[in-house]
Design a protein around this ligand. Structure first.
Ligand SMILES: [Mn+2]
Length: 358
């Protein structure tokens, strides 16, 4: 069954007569792209099994015709919500499916004032569909990973004393684009020395000095699909404590990579890595979840954390990224992207996981 048919089946099961995907200033770009192929910043999809419409404005008339088979409704001016109402009323719906997490309270009030119907959330329909990847989606993620890794290896070649984190990050992003990325999944993280204890620190004007770790968290985007990879490397000669921390993170990651599968709950895979870090005495320094889904968004379902009671779905792509962060000292994170299989996790990342010393 194709993607749209599966979507229609799922929304019909929860009693939705027509779905409305509201995307203004990219508020629902991933779902819009997933369902229709349209990538613009402004669109409203109105669809069920019988009819599929896309409302957009003159910036995107031509693009919409190229990217989607949905029937184009040209929005020219006047009240947008009146326009939406006219299209929705063609369906005479009693119930309307809406992504509750993607509309502001204000937009919800405007839509629900104009259109009298029951509104049903379809967020979990989108999440569960998107978490199970089709072969073409996995292929796009593989390409994004490959470009990210090439750019990483290229960028670290040119690291010298006294270059700044910002300079390295800029070069890294340039390299990703040069190697074919459509963009970056998030602002590339390059942090060094004591700043590596910030799990999501931003690149600063700090200069790289000998005897310091450097953490890179990076991901290219290809055809809308994100990679998400982290490496902590060492510039100069690492001390024994750093090596011990790196080894602990490495072993924790190995346990999860070797032990995870679609037979396990998200929280059980998290525990494989977390218990090891706790045993080694660093439990308090690993505050975040072990991983998350990646796809059209860099953080999506399923979650690999201590609260996810669900089995990991087969064909999900998730990160496995344990870390230890000691304030005032340094931090280490190693992040792989893996495909969830019935009995195992298939590593999609190819970079060495060993401590790299430059
Ligand atoms: Mn991540």
């Amino acid at each position: 069954m194709n993607r749209l048919d599966r979507f229609f089946e799922k929304i019909e099961q929860i009693g939705v007569d027509v779905a409305l995907v509201y995307n203004v200033e990219y508020t629902s770009k991933p779902s819009t792209y997933y369902l229709s192929g349209f990538t613009g910043s402004f669109s409203i999809l109105v669809l069920n099994r019988d009819k599929q419409f896309i409302i957009t404005d003159s910036r995107y008339f031509e693009q919409a015709k190229q990217q989607t088979k949905f029937q184009l409704i040209e929005y020219r001016n006047g009240d947008l919500f009146e326009n939406i109402k006219t299209v929705v009323e063609e369906f005479k719906p009693k119930t309307i499916g809406l992504e509750f997490q993607r509309v502001s309270h204000n937009v919800f009030l405007k839509i629900s004032e104009k259109i009298k119907a029951n509104f049903i959330p379809i967020d979990s329909v989108m999440e569960s569909m998107r978490s199970v990847k089709e072969p073409q989606e996995i292929e796009n993620i593989r390409k994004a990973i490959s470009i990210s890794e090439k750019a990483f290896l290229k960028t670290i070649e040119s690291i010298k004393e006294n270059v700044t984190e910002k300079e390295i990050a800029a070069e890294f992003e340039y390299n990703m684009k040069k190697f074919g990325a459509d963009g970056t999944a998030f602002e590339t993280i390059v942090i060094s020395g004591p700043r590596t204890s910030l799990p999501h620190g931003r690149p600063s004007h700090k200069k790289i000095l000998p005897g310091e770790p450097i953490t890179f968290d990076f991901g290219a985007v290809v055809n809308g699909y994100c990679a998400d990879i982290t490496r902590t490397i060492f510039f100069g000669k690492p001390d024994d404590e750093f090596k011990k921390i790196y080894q602990t993170v490495y072993e924790a990651q190995t346990l999860a990579l070797n032990g995870g599968s679609a037979r396990m709950k998200g929280k059980s895979v998290d525990a494989l890595a977390r218990n090891h870090i706790i045993q080694k005495g660093y439990g308090q320094y690993f505050g975040h979840g072990l991983g998350h889904g990646i796809g059209l968004e860099v953080h999506e379902s399923p979650r690999v954390n201590s609260t996810n009671e669900e089995l990991l779905p087969e064909s999900a792509v998730v990160t496995i990224e344990p870390g230890i962060y000691i304030e005032g000292k340094y931090g280490v994170r190693i992040e792989e992207d893996v495909l969830v299989k019935r009995d195992s996790l298939e590593k999609l990342t190819n970079l060495s996981r060993e401590l790299m010393v430059i």
